[in-house]
Ligand binder design. Structure first.
Ligand code: FE
Ligand code: CA
Length: 523
């Protein structure tokens, strides 16, 4: 078990000072169990906050704060099978002196002793600090921030988006630097964990075979969450998370597994994966995490400046056409019924975009939206069938809606592909004169691999894809975005190494979108 390594955490975020509990709070300790005995005395086998703290889903009046009691995180958590009261408090200062909200919640074995508190009654657009306590153990102090009030005029917004953090391929040096940025929040676009068994060749290995059971998924999430740089990034900002495929299994679609398992087995496996994901993320519950389905698509707004539509393009999608892979399109790829989002989510998205009064309308989703023909000859298209290139009719509906609905400044942010891209989104990608109707920024991975041979293949085909303004496959990192009413700037922040924990960070390239002018240009 790896306890929190304070030396590697940023110094000002590694504090486990005692709570300054106010008078009267002890009344909250007389909580009674709903169905089980409550753990009366602390007998933890290790530090119970080994997975750190997190916050997420910021609203103008509230935020979700998260932790999980796991004294033995890599082996099921190490908690007794009883409900445990966990005290929490939220303050307006980093020393937790001026507490504005506090309470007690029960960590239950059914949810792996995870804790999700939807703290409400907070003021908009300000920083808060939070901390948990169980028995005489206190958590690190986390920092979080509420969203600005609905349709308030705000001068700017700063966030970063990230994706794809394969533990085995590298260290989270990018998170070490991200935690030091000046951000209001972080968006994670999926592949938070990878499901694979141990592989050699990278700087660290998964500690179990391919994950299938609920216990497997819990242990894998816990392994990832032991990383001190990841913990520092969670403790520094609220996160807005969504999943892609590897939180369950590579390239799954709805209830269709990738390979080598019965559909019935996969139904159970996906439910296990979804539950463990909920247990480890600072998510506000839209629907219960039990059973086969778990709604995760949702919407946030930041004053009058930005609306953020967070999509789930795995749970409701139709199977990849043409048998997955990189290949010419078969007729299924053009099928009007092929969908990434499912009908209901698509309607929800169009409805939200149509009613938005925000300056920037952001769609946070998983795989690359823009067309990209990987063939260096324009005669024959070679496309990635797991991306929107396999769902052409659904993409056309979305891009036409941007245009016909006169959506204000649509910007799509994407992950999945472990490399950096900037695209002008066009109604007709095959026609260089077609108007841009939106902009797409695709962020590179935190640590996942982009094979060298693909770099050459993409570079050789760039001339065939004039709407693609930028590509880089060599570097890992995150994308930092600064939004004002007149301008969006995306900085591609990359680290010098993912095998050297002392890696530095630099800006590889910066792209700007001007208000009212779809498409990005290098700055
Ligand atoms: Fe990935
Ligand atoms: Ca993926």
């Amino acid at each position: 078990m790896e306890l929190m390594d304070c030396d590697r955490l940023l110094a000002n975020r590694c504090r486990r000072r005692s709570f300054l509990w106010g008078a009267g709070f002890l009344a909250g300790l007389t909580i009674t169990s709903q169905s089980r005995l409550v753990l009366a005395k602390s007998r933890f086998s290790g530090y119970p906050f080994s997975l750190g703290v997190a916050s997420g889903d910021p609203l103008p009046d509230g935020v979700v704060i998260w932790t999980r009691l796991a004294p033995d995180p890599l082996n099921g958590g190490g908690m007794p099978l009883v409900n445990v009261p966990v005290r929490w408090q939220v303050a307006v200062d980093e020393n937790m002196r001026r507490v504005v909200r506090r309470g007690t919640t029960l960590a239950t074995p059914e949810l792996a002793h995870s804790v999700h508190v939807d703290v409400r009654g907070l003021d908009p657009d300000r920083w808060y600090w939070y901390q948990f306590q169980v028995s005489n153990e206190v958590s690190p102090i986390g920092r979080t921030r509420t969203a600005p009030a609905f349709y308030d005029s705000i001068p700017q917004l700063n966030f970063a988006f990230v994706s794809c953090q394969d533990w085995q391929n590298g260290y989270y040096t990018a998170y070490r630097h991200l935690a030091e940025e000046n951000l209001d929040f972080v968006v994670h676009l999926g592949d938070y964990i990878y499901e694979y068994g141990p592989e050699s060749g990278g700087p660290r290995q998964h500690n179990s075979p391919e994950i299938i059971t609920l216990a497997d998924y819990r242990n894998r999430h816990a392994l990832y969450k032991t990383d001190s740089n990841l913990q520092a990034a969670h403790a520094a900002f609220p996160w807005i998370v969504t999943w892609d495929d590897h939180e369950v299994e590579n390239n799954y679609a709805n209830l269709i597994p990738e390979e080598n398992q019965s559909q019935q087995a996969f139904v159970t496996r996906r439910a296990n994966a979804y539950q463990a994901y909920y247990e480890h993320m600072p998510l506000r519950l839209v629907s219960p995490p039990y059973g086969n389905n778990f709604q995760i698509y949702r919407r946030f707004s930041f004053g009058d400046l930005a609306q953020l539509n967070v999509l789930d393009t795995r749970q409701y999608r139709t199977d990849q056409p043409c048998d997955d892979g990189l290949k010419p399109r078969c007729s299924e790829a053009l099928d009007a019924n092929a969908t990434m989002t499912g009908t209901e989510q698509e309607r929800w998205l169009f409805d939200g975009l149509g009613r938005s009064r925000s300056r920037w309308n952001v769609i946070a989703q998983q795989t690359m939206l823009a067309q990209y023909n990987l063939n260096s000859s324009p005669d024959l298209g070679i496309f990635n069938m797991d991306q929107w290139d396999g769902y052409v009719a659904a993409r056309n509906r979305l891009l036409s809606f941007f245009d016909q609905g006169q959506i204000s400044n649509p910007v799509v942010i994407s992950g999945d592909i472990h490399s950096s891209w900037v695209h002008d989104l066009k109604l007709d990608f095959d026609n260089p004169n077609s108007a841009a109707v939106g902009t797409e920024f695709v962020g590179t991975s935190i640590s996942s691999d982009f094979p060298t041979q693909f770099i050459a293949a993409v570079q050789a085909s760039l001339g065939n894809n004039p709407h693609t303004k930028f590509f880089d496959g060599a570097w890992r990192g995150y994308v930092r975005c600064n939004l004002t009413p007149e301008r969006w700037q995306s900085d591609y922040r990359v680290v010098s190494s993912i095998v050297d924990l002392n890696a530095s960070v630099t800006t590889l390239a910066s792209f700007v979108v001007q208000n009212g002018q779809p498409g990005a240009y290098l700055t």
